[in-house]
Ligand binder design. Structure first.
Ligand SMILES: [Mg+2]
Length: 168
């Protein structure tokens, strides 16, 4: 069970096309809640929208992978101009990430899987062989009991990442 991300960033805004290029990555697999948007926020902030435009301009492939149902994922992606998405991914299963890499035409190791939950996004991404980037969640409030429980389980892993100097 590999719960360790390859990198840790405070925001998706740090996953620039330059960063991807420097790490040999040609695509990004994105989580929605607390990665692209805060909870109960309908659309990303203008700086996140600008980053998505930058991905397009640099030919970076983008695919959303979500555990949400199809109507919500489809409506969200349409609203923000992302064509490729996987719904009902059952993260931490690997299958959503594998499917996203296939859709983007890339081997998983050339995709950055970006998400805010270790026991959902990072575990699934590592299983699929993606380059896993853990993000500080945009906003932790109002996440519900199950996510709050997973946040507790994250603590020893976050502590380890701090010891290793990955989280400053
Ligand atoms: Mg999330």
């Amino acid at each position: 069970m590999n719960l360790l991300p390859h990198d840790y960033k405070r925001s998706i805004l740090e996953i620039t096309p330059l960063y991807l290029n420097e790490h040999g990555l040609d695509g990004v697999i994105l989580d929605i809640d607390n990665t692209l948007i805060g909870h109960n926020v309908p659309v990303p902030t203008p700086d996140v929208m600008a980053l998505l435009a930058e991905y397009k301009a640099h030919g970076v492939k983008v695919c959303v992978v979500s555990n949400n149902r199809k109507p919500r994922v489809a409506a969200f992606c349409e609203k923000i101009g992302i064509d490729d998405y996987v719904w009902d991914a059952f993260k931490p299963a690997a299958k959503g990430y594998v499917e996203a890499a296939r859709v983007m035409g890339l081997p998983p190791e050339r995709t950055a899987a970006v998400g805010d939950q270790i026991f959902t996004d990072i575990w699934g991404a590592r299983r699929a062989g993606c380059y896993a980037v853990l993000l500080r969640p945009i906003h932790k409030g109002g996440e519900g009991a199950f996510i709050a429980f997973k946040r507790l389980l994250e603590k020893p892993v976050l502590f380890y990442l701090k010891l290793k100097g990955m989280i400053k």
